[in-house]
Write a protein that binds this ligand. Sequence first.
Ligand code: FCB
Length: 460
Amino acid sequence: MIKFPDTFVWGASTASYQIEGSVEADGRAPSIWDTFSRTPGAVVGGHTGDDACDHYRRYRDDVALMAGLGLHAYRFSIAWPRVRPGGDGPTNERGLDFYDRLVDELCQYGITPMPTLYHWDLPQALEDRGGWANRRTAEAFAEYATAVHDRLGDRVQSWTTLNEPWCSAYLGYGNGVHAPGRRDPAAAFAAVHHLLLAHGLGTQALRAAGARSVGLVVNPVAVRPADPASAADADAVRLIDGLHNRIFLGPVLGDGYPADVLEHLTRLVDPTWLGESDEKIIAAPIDLLGINYYNPVYVASRPGAPEVDGRYPGVRDVEFRDPTGPTTAMGWEIDPTGLGELLRRLHRDHPGTPLWVTENGAAFDDRITGDHIPDDDRVSYLDGHLRAVHAALSDGVDVRGYLAWSLLDNFEWAEGYHKRFGLVHVDYRTQRRTLKDSALWFRSVIARNALPSQVTDPPA
Ligand code: FCB
């Protein structure tokens, strides 16, 4: 048996817009995802989060499901447009009532609530005033954070500010694949900065309100050279690593924006938004860093290659290689070594920051046979990644917990409902929940606090 530390925390993650539905209930106003998902062609199948998993009404059953799996912790996100429908201005107490009930329900089962304050559903009213490209949004975030803490802070100990600011900035404002669907490098970089500032101001606000533990959730990627012997490929790796990882980790962990990253972005845009004292605010000490990990990427230098889309604004002469190994239904390469690599790197470069795996999991085309969902491929994915976490722990990396993505099948953003990441299957017609084999497997891992010594191989 491969034992985990006694204090290791097991859990699962979700996000508000992906599961809640009830988008007009109790005073909620539209978010950028409501608007975006209604834009023709934006989301596969024209799907929206209008109904999603109907979790807003079924949260009691869902919490009971979590308890049945033995989860120690549940990471969910709070919908800003429920709490502050206008983005700033008055708090909508009815919106907070929902999270109040949810937190109570979790506490009743002894499940630790781990809310994330922002998982991509910006109030549309703020987007109408420039969204994350506008500095004011960062201030509004801190005010919203205070309002949430005022209501939940007596029971919630552990907070994270933002989920994956890389996606919000570059997919939202760079290549427009996510809401609000803008394609503007200047706005994308301004969004990076204002998201980081929101994290810093939000952290200050939560601490001032008495929060014990505050952190951030990022999606660092293991960037690898197509040819390990090529110096040009190493340069391409450095560039992408800078724009994906170091642009966030540097400022948050106290090292400021890396010089090469600043040089790249000042060639493209005039960073008038860089306030003198911002870096100090952004570097507010954190108690945990959440890592969402799915797959590594391989890059090569290729002079003449067209500009990579706005996911990496201004990047030319660089090619992303197609995966060569097995992939998930998202086309993402399955390689747990990337997770181990990132955990070790963060521990080495930023010692003293407790790490959490706040998301990890896979979409596969699940087969349903009667009441049974034999998702051996997902079991194998989770098993492999948990072995990587365990190996990192054995090397002394301070990993405190593992939260699987996701508890439920849900609205997978631009992919709609076609991609299923859940441990629990959702029949969107009836809202019936069925535990997949991976949920049963995860339950037994949690119960034993250990993995079986035998590796779970992927199905042939
Ligand atoms: C992450 C998101 C999460 C989910 C997974 C598959 O980037 O944080 O909401 O969509 O990917």
